[in-house]
Design a protein around this ligand. Structure first.
Ligand code: 5AD
Ligand code: SF4
Length: 473
């Protein structure tokens, strides 16, 4: 049993990061553990978690578990959790209640939680007092050890918790079962050292650790050879890529090298305005296979709040960067994240957020009400904004954000744009769906044989959240 520890999770040392290439081995006994057992895994949160789930699936299938898409049919249920806001947290505890029900009628059921919530001391304390009937809990640093954790729990017939509150290493040998045949996630870095005052991520995911470029480029090359069309380079703060390596190699160098593999589409998330260099803008501009789409969280339009958030930029410097990107990259789409109701946010501060949204006219924005995360500096700040005010502000902001999403989409009417078609649209099985280079969702009248291809689509109708179009023959 290894339990999380908040004080350790906060530590940052200069200790070198170990790159592990030979750690993932399964014994014959482990390979038998999954025989005739079905697994179901539910993922909450960001793309990083989605990709971790792809790794967990590969490990489980190496142990001979098979996947089912109904929780009720599973012999092993895992929840890969997100800790970023309280509502994600509540959803998971709601789900744990449902699993308890299932376990009562199916005693052999193995149930566990992993991911960011497992890294939280408060969550594991709660599990130890109220949910001891769970079988496994493991953290973001322990994925490679899942076979051992499962084997231990099954042998002892009791809850096995393995959560390390460490800065973390880089595991290069974990297998992955990709969910999509055309688009793939690729980790370029793990963890985060920015410590924005509201954010739990630096505690749940550890120190910033960039992968060595050769491993990343090799992974992309393999995907090109397998026929993948698009990759998304993943990190909490991808622009800081390379800063922790002992070579002079940064995100702009990585983007250039990845572009040279010839993959058709390259995306990257998430960018922090602080590390977005002019060189990066140049590289994006000069490489046709780097997509003109940038997610650039602003969080607030008030300098006072940005300072309290520890964001290291002002609304003026953000706007300057925003314009630089818009001017340099034709047709670029920029999206953002915004938090309302941060402790101390006055009506005036909120109006400054509305003001910057009016100035930037984002293609779209993810908007959130501030959520107190235990252990973060913002959790200790006096939260003097009432829930009613927070809700009111969120609604007002959403109205404005939607207005600009619609406006941005209107520009596409009657234009012909490249779309990577991914599959049948959920709402209408006769149409296909896909995304433009600028990350707009498009529903397309097209033949099934176009799935997996990047095709030219003429936009015939514009909605706030999506576009409709016809394939150009
Ligand atoms: N409360 C509300 N929103 C948050 N985010 C991160 N932490 C919090 C929090 N404590 C938002 C930020 C970030 C996005 C991924 O989630 O806007 O960019
Ligand atoms: Fe959280 Fe800030 Fe790191 Fe993003 S950059 S993961 S918001 S601490």
């Amino acid at each position: 049993m290894k339990l999380p520890n908040l004080a350790n999770a906060r530590k940052r040392t200069k200790n070198p990061v170990e790159v592990i290439t030979d750690n993932y081995k399964l014994t014959n006994d482990m390979k038998k553990l999954g025989l005739n057992r079905a697994y179901y895994i539910k993922t909450y949160g960001c793309q990083m978690n989605e990709h971790d789930t792809e790794k967990i699936k590969a490990i489980l299938e190496d142990m001979n578990f098979y996947e089912v898409d109904k929780m009720e049919e599973a012999d092993l249920i895992l929840l890969n959790t997100c800790a970023i806001r309280e509502n994600a947290h509540n959803k998971v505890f709601g789900m744990i209640g449902r699993i308890k029900h299932l376990k009562e009628s199916k005693p052999h059921l193995i149930a566990g939680i992993c991911g960011c919530m497992a890294q939280e001391e408060v969550v594991v304390d709660e599990i130890l007092t109220k949910y001891k009937w769970l079988d496994i809990v493991f953290g973001t640093h322990n994925i490679h050890n899942l076979p051992n954790i499962l084997a231990t729990s099954l042998a002892k017939k009791e809850l096995e918790i393995e959560v390390l509150s460490v800065e973390g290493d880089v595991y290069e040998n974990i297998p992955v079962k990709r969910d999509n045949l055309y688009k793939a996630w690729i980790n370029v870095m793990y963890g985060c050292d920015k410590f924005c005052t509201y954010c739990i991520v630096p505690y749940t995911r550890g120190k910033q650790r960039s992968r060595q470029p050769e491993f990343i480029v090799e992974e992309v090359q393999t995907l090109v050879n397998e026929g993948y069309q698009e990759i998304t380079l993943l990190g909490q703060n991808v622009n800081a890529y390379g800063k922790d390596l002992d070579i002079d190699y940064r995100m702009e160098n990585l983007l250039e090298d990845v572009a040279k593999t010839g993959i058709n589409r390259i995306r990257f998330v998430t960018s922090h305005p602080w590390d977005f260099t002019d060189k990066m803008i140049e590289v994006i501009k000069n490489n046709d296979n780097i997509m003109p789409y940038i997610h650039l969280p602003i969080q607030s339009g008030s300098n006072k709040i940005l300072k309290l958030m520890g964001r290291r930029y002002t609304k003026e410097s953000y706007f300057e960067l925003y314009n630089k990107i818009k001017d340099a990259i034709p047709n670029v789409s920029i999206t953002t994240d915004i938090i309302v109701g941060f402790p101390g946010e006055t009506e005036e501060d909120f109006n400054e957020t509305l003001d910057i949204v009016n100035k930037c006219q984002f293609d779209s924005a993810f908007t959130f009400i501030f959520s107190k995360r235990v252990g973060t500096p913002a959790a200790k700040m006096t939260d003097n904004v009432s829930l009613e005010t927070k809700n009111k502000r969120l609604q007002e902001l959403n109205k404005l954000v939607n207005k600009y999403s619609n406006l941005a989409n209107q520009k596409y009417l009657n234009k012909t744009v490249p779309v990577l078609l991914e599959g049948f649209s959920e709402k209408n099985k006769k149409t296909l769906f896909g995304y433009t280079d600028t990350m707009k969702l498009v529903n397309v009248e097209a033949d099934e044989s176009n799935i997996g291809k990047i095709v030219d689509v003429k936009i015939t109708e514009v909605k706030t959240w999506s576009l409709d179009g016809k394939i150009c023959e």
